[in-house]
Ligand binder design. Structure first.
Ligand SMILES: [Zn+2]
Length: 202
């Protein structure tokens, strides 16, 4: 395979990027500012060494080259965050969307997946023991369930309500405003902020 083909093929593996877009990216990297291609290449080549999932919440954590021990992301390390509020999301992209809205004072927990009876994902495949441990260790008083407004998202919210009942925490669900079946990732910051402030007890 030629180098050109190889680069296009790799770029086309990125989500939302087809072959045409991959070719446009390649051309841009070749003809645009040379520093962009070189810096991007340098960052990508060590990306997996320095960015790892946070051991506490699943968000992206930055580590040093000689890092040992647990990975802690900037949000978990931030003492100004309210540890009594924990926002549960399905994916890191949802966490980032809520952060962009800027009204979340608490911390997060990323499930990594949603309950999906149709796709054979049962409760045992969700990190519920880790979530419960986190709630107990941090003295969480309110869990805000910010799973997407889809069938799986709703099913997951109800599961969480049931599972967390024994812990004595208040469980709330973000309000609608995010369209049903929609992606939190694409909600604008104002809609997201409203969905958070209008959350309702589950
Ligand atoms: Zn974290």
């Amino acid at each position: 395979m030629t180098r050109q083909k190889r680069v296009v093929e790799l770029l086309a593996k990125l989500p939302g990027v087809g072959e045409k877009t991959a070719q446009r990216y390649l051309l841009f990297l070749l003809t645009g500012d040379e520093a962009i291609a070189r810096n991007l290449g340098a960052e990508l080549s060590v990306l997996r060494d320095f960015l790892k999932p946070c051991d506490r919440c699943g968000n992206i954590g930055e580590i040093e080259a000689d890092h040992r021990g647990p990975v802690v992301c900037a949000i978990c390390a931030d003492n100004k965050r309210d540890a009594s509020i924990l926002c549960v999301v399905a994916r890191v992209t949802d966490l980032l969307a809520i952060e962009r809205a800027g009204s979340m004072r608490g911390r997060y927990f990323v499930l990594g997946r949603l309950l999906s009876p149709l796709e054979g994902v049962g409760p045992d495949e969700l990190p519920l023991p880790q979530l419960s441990a986190r709630i107990r260790e941090d003295g969480v008083r309110e869990v805000i369930v910010a799973t997407p407004p889809s069938v799986d998202g709703e099913a997951t919210a109800l599961l969480l309500k049931r599972e967390l009942a024994v812990l004595g925490v208040a469980v709330s669900r973000i309000a609608s405003g995010v369209p049903h079946g929609g992606d939190l990732e694409f909600a604008d910051p104002i809609t997201m902020a409203r969905a958070l402030s209008g959350r309702q007890k589950l």
